[in-house]
Design a protein around this ligand. Structure first.
Ligand SMILES: [Zn+2]
Length: 127
């Protein structure tokens, strides 16, 4: 049996491992900050390029169970890797409908396949 705080601790290090793994496996030129915070309007996550700080900002809803946060992070990371070159040029011209473009879909598929192979950054056997 694992005590609750130990389980939380374990998940926290797993989460950090996943972030490190994403940064190493799918690198981005611009810095990326990831925050797990309460989000409005039942939003699960968002990705945004801040032109002032020149950083990508990923926000993940704190309300989500851990396993869903993983999927949302991968979804948002696919935006970041799709945008990181085009974005720096001009983000304002982007249309909402292009957010989940073919390019994004390909990036997401790649990320998803890699994350399965690497078991979302966990060491050891798949479960
Ligand atoms: Zn999206």
């Amino acid at each position: 049996m694992i005590r609750k705080d130990e389980a939380t601790q374990h998940k926290r290090s797993e989460w950090l491992q996943l972030i490190l793994w994403l940064k190493e496996t799918f690198p981005v030129n611009e810095p990326v900050s990831i925050r797990t915070i309460p989000l409005k309007n039942e939003l699960q996550g968002s990705a945004y390029f801040n032109p002032e700080t020149r950083r990508f900002e990923i926000k993940i809803s704190k309300e989500l169970p851990y396993v869903f946060r993983i999927f949302v992070l991968i979804h948002e990371w696919a935006h970041v890797i799709t945008w990181h070159q085009a974005y720096a040029r001009c983000m304002k011209k982007r249309q909402m409908e292009s957010f989940h473009s073919k390019e994004w879909g390909i990036a997401y598929a790649k990320l998803y396949r890699f994350s399965l192979q690497w078991n979302y950054g966990r060491s050891g056997n798949h479960d």
